[in-house]
Design a protein around this ligand. Structure first.
Ligand code: SF4
Ligand code: SF4
Length: 63
């Protein structure tokens, strides 16, 4: 299981949404004006989201 964290202070949310676009497991979704994390048990730990985030706002750790 992955522990996925978004540092919301650094997240541009709907103005960015890069993580929503790239995650192959559709872990990130847009809810209102914020990015939310769902189905983290399906995360493959690929870290594409970490690489694509322009603000280093995502942390993925294997639990
Ligand atoms: S890629 Fe980073 S800055 Fe962009 S929406 Fe996702 S967490 Fe926020
Ligand atoms: S590590 Fe890969 S599968 Fe997990 S949330 Fe990030 S992009 Fe999605």
């Amino acid at each position: 299981m992955a522990e996925i964290t978004i540092v919301y202070d650094r997240c541009e949310a709907v103005d960015c949404a890069e993580c929503v676009e790239v995650c192959p497991m559709e872990i990130f979704t847009i809810k209102g004006d914020q990015i939310t994390i769902q189905n983290r048990d399906q995360c493959s730990l690929c870290e594409v989201c970490v690489d694509v985030c322009p603000n280093e706002a995502i942390k993925v750790i294997e639990e």
